[in-house]
Design a protein around this ligand. Structure first.
Ligand SMILES: C[S@@+](CC[C@H](N)C(=O)[O-])C[C@H]1O[C@@H](n2cnc3c(N)ncnc32)[C@H](O)[C@@H]1O
Length: 235
């Protein structure tokens, strides 16, 4: 039977002091009115959400995991909040178009002293044009928001050249990356790595698609709210 504390201590030796915060996040998000993640069961939540969120730290352990990061379409803080709890050198902004999950995240961050975490309500299409946010981030993480071509348009505007976006994907990530090739080129991105993994006890393949920002994003992107999804950039 999967035990998150055992998994965590095995993969992050020396960081057991943050385990109570991750456990509190699991407990509080699962019991928040309105069911923010659709998962009430603690063990299931730990595998599907905590372990999944933290996987980049296992697979891309050689990275610095510091600087300014954006969690695009974060909901209550997935995957960004667990990442920032384990890596206090990350300054993290959660961005989502919905108020309710952000209210949870704001309260949680305040209650647990996560001063390196900021919460912003808004659409990526608009926030990506805000000079305080555009090309200001070292990294973007994004999970369960849209396909890679659309994410290129929503996410890459936030990154400085040399920054990187990590998209959490399922098993069709290589096909998605192939289909997004034109959009990525237009927006200044390039897929540099795909890391496949399996969550404990589950058969499905998951993947982390790493996109490097290799050139500035042209000023005309992102297009108006809804357009990137309705009319994805194609070759
Ligand atoms: C399925 S939820 C995923 C939430 C979280 N990332 C997770 O993995 O559990 C998708 C989230 O993306 C947000 N979202 C979708 N498109 C967005 C956009 N263009 N700008 C900001 N947020 C967006 C939605 O409001 C929603 O909270």
């Amino acid at each position: 039977m999967f035990d998150f504390a055992v998994w965590f201590k095995e993969h992050f030796p020396g960081r057991a002091q943050v385990l109570p915060v991750l456990e509190a996040f699991s407990r509080e998000v699962r019991h928040y009115p309105g069911n923010l993640t659709g998962t009430r069961d603690g063990r299931q939540f730990a595998v599907l959400h905590l372990v999944d969120s933290l996987y980049p730290l296992v697979r891309l352990a050689e990275w610095a995991w510091s600087g300014r990061w954006l969690d695009l379409g974060s909901g209550p803080g997935l995957p960004g909040l667990p990442l920032a709890v384990v890596c206090p050198e990350m300054r993290l902004t959660l961005l989502d178009a919905r108020e309710k999950p952000l209210t949870f995240a704001r309260h949680f961050a305040e209650a647990h002293g996560l001063t390196h975490l900021e919460v912003r309500l808004g659409r990526a299409e608009e926030a990506g044009r805000d000079p305080a946010l555009r090309e200001r981030f070292d990294g973007v993480v994004v999970r369960a928001v849209d396909n890679l071509g659309v994410l290129a348009e929503l996410g890459l505007p936030f990154l400085r050249v040399g920054g990187r976006m990590i998209a959490y994907k399922g098993k069709s990530s290589r096909e998605e990356a192939r289909q997004a090739l034109h959009a990525l080129r237009q927006l200044g991105g390039e897929v540099v790595r795909i890391e496949e993994y399996r969550l404990p006890g589950l058969p499905h393949t998951r993947s982390l698609v790493v996109v490097d920002k290799v050139a500035p994003t042209p000023d005309r992107y992102p297009r108006r709210t809804g357009v990137p999804h309705k009319r994805p950039l194609r070759g």
